[in-house]
Design a protein around this ligand. Structure first.
Ligand SMILES: *Cc1c(COP(=O)(O)O)cnc(C)c1O
Length: 396
């Protein structure tokens, strides 16, 4: 048994919780960490126990002490009733959607959703006879006008992928629930540490553990947490797919969990410092960071979120694409790559206009997304300042 009494567990702060959640050294011979349990077969000692499957663990796909440790920890820090793991963030999104839809349903997906979420809806859900409508992320309680009798899911993501629109999640959830729909949220940016999804009305919350839970760009993992209303349905869907996360990735995620708040707070500090630096630069037209008072969704962020992470975008004043390439190609400290949440700084150019359907993406200049790592800020800004010089030289 864990040394924490239920009363203590109830009261402790988030950092204490991250240290203790999902961990019971008495179960691991006193060693601090839960090892990476590998296994398919579980042996039963008697005929009767085999027939009744009367064991805590029964088969590799049904869970191991490692997966259970991470699930329990995530449930605790998310204020959820339950968590299931998936091999990637995208698999977690698929699992959440398939938990809540059936043939003939209609789903409402925010236009700002992670691109592969759209692809899943446009291919797999379509093939299952589920119709998708994309909606303006800033719709708030206006979502009611888009709901049909067969709308079974409203998917939110705040802030939006790449473009960082804020969504009024409690308002959307209120309307969706009144009409009997399941509210699914991709909460990867804020994590439950900065946005407690279930307390804000979300039924199924997705986290790409690949990002901040890992924190080191060395694993892939997804998590779906649910409130009590969706607990059974989620577990049933999970059991049917047996889409399990690997033991090594779970082990690394449990390691990452212990320092997640420290890393997130530092990502927030670094992210705000870099976003503020960009807002002083003449080359930059807009900074899309919800924690800056200039952001159109700032008041929603301030009301509902307790922090911001280290991912945001900027819009440059118009320059030719070759000038943007000259800036990015010479960067020494920023890698170019699609994931984020690790210790290293990254940048990607993006253009939402090719796939948005409910809203128009016309930012008025080239768009760049930044993931800020743990490097010294003055090194990062010096690298970027040299990049701006290359950009201007190439634009002349
Ligand atoms: C990266 C990401 C995912 C998917 O995670 P993977 O583990 O890479 O599949 C889902 N949602 C958001 C917002 C992401 O940024």
């Amino acid at each position: 048994m864990s040394k924490l009494t239920p009363e203590t567990r109830e009261k402790i702060g988030s950092r204490t919780r991250l240290v203790h959640a999902g961990r019971d050294p008495e179960e691991t011979h006193g060693f601090i960490n839960t090892p990476a349990w590998r296994g398919s077969t579980v042996l039963f000692p008697t005929y009767d126990s085999l027939k009744s499957r009367n064991r805590r663990f029964t088969y590799g796909t049904k869970g191991t002490p490692s997966s259970e440790a991470l699930e329990n920890a995530w449930t605790e820090i998310s204020g959820a009733a339950q968590t299931v793991l998936a091999p990637t963030g995208l698999a977690a999104i698929a699992l959440a959607l398939l938990t809540a839809v059936k043939a003939g349903d209609h789903v409402l997906i925010t236009d700002s959703a992670y691109g592969p979420t759209r692809h899943f809806c446009d291919t797999i859900l379509k093939r299952m006879g589920v119709e998708t409508t994309y909606y303006d992320p800033c719709v708030a309680s206006g979502i009611g006008d888009l709901m049909r009798v067969n709308t079974s899911v409203v998917l939110v993501e705040a802030p939006g992928s790449q473009s960082f629109e804020m969504q009024d999640v409690p308002a959307i959830a209120g309307v969706a629930h009144a009409r009997g729909a399941c509210v699914i949220m991709d909460n990867t940016w804020a994590t439950p540490l900065f946005f407690p999804p279930h307390a804000r009305g979300v039924d199924l919350a997705i986290e790409a553990g690949t990002k901040y839970l890992s924190g080191h760009s060395d694993l892939m993992l997804g998590l779906v947490s649910s409130n009590e209303a969706w607990r059974k349905h989620l577990r049933e869907t999970y059991d049917s797919f047996a889409m399990c996360a690997g033991p090594e990735d779970i082990f690394l995620a449990l390691r990452g969990l212990r320092t997640m708040e420290l890393r997130l707070r530092e990502a927030e500090r670094q992210g705000l410092a870099l976003a503020t630096w960009f807002s002083t630069r003449p080359e930059v037209k807009d900074v899309l960071h919800p924690a800056l008072p200039s952001h159109p969704g700032h008041s929603i962020w301030k009301r509902d979120f307790s922090g911001s992470s280290g991912l945001f975008s900027i819009i440059l004043h118009p320059v030719p694409e070759t000038a943007v390439a000259a800036m990015l190609d010479g960067l020494e400290l920023f890698g170019m790559g699609y994931s984020w949440g690790g210790f290293e700084s990254l940048v990607i150019p993006f253009d939402c206009s090719s796939y948005r359907t409910a809203t128009k993406w016309a930012p008025g200049g080239p768009a760049l997304r930044f993931q800020v790592g743990l490097e010294n800020m003055e090194d990062l800004t010096a690298d970027l300042a040299r990049g701006f010089e290359r950009m201007k030289a190439a634009a002349r």
